[in-house]
Design a protein around this ligand. Structure first.
Ligand code: ZN
Length: 63
C-alpha cells in the first residue's frame, strides 16, 4: 500500500489536515499562492511545503 506511484500525490505533511487528501488534482492553490483548498472537503490550509505543483524540490523558498 505504500509502494504506489508518487507522481500525483503530495508529501504526507502537505496533505489535507482534515481528510488527508493527497492527490494533486484535488488540492487547488488559491489566488494568494499561500494556501490550498481541498476539493474533497473544502478545507483551506497552508501546506508546509509549497511545492504541490511545478515539483522542483530544490527550489529555494521565498526570502
Ligand atoms: Zn480535505
Amino acid at each position: 500500500m505504500i509502494c504506489q506511484r508518487n507522481d500525483d500525490l503530495v508529501d504526507p505533511e502537505d496533505a489535507c489536515p482534515r481528510c488527508a487528501e493527497r492527490h494533486i488534482d484535488r488540492l487547488i492553490w488559491i489566488d494568494d499562492g499561500e494556501q490550498v483548498r481541498c476539493a474533497a472537503c473544502s478545507t483551506i490550509y497552508t501546506p508546509p511545503n509549497r511545492r504541490l505543483e511545478g515539483g522542483d524540490p530544490h527550489a529555494a523558498p521565498t526570502q
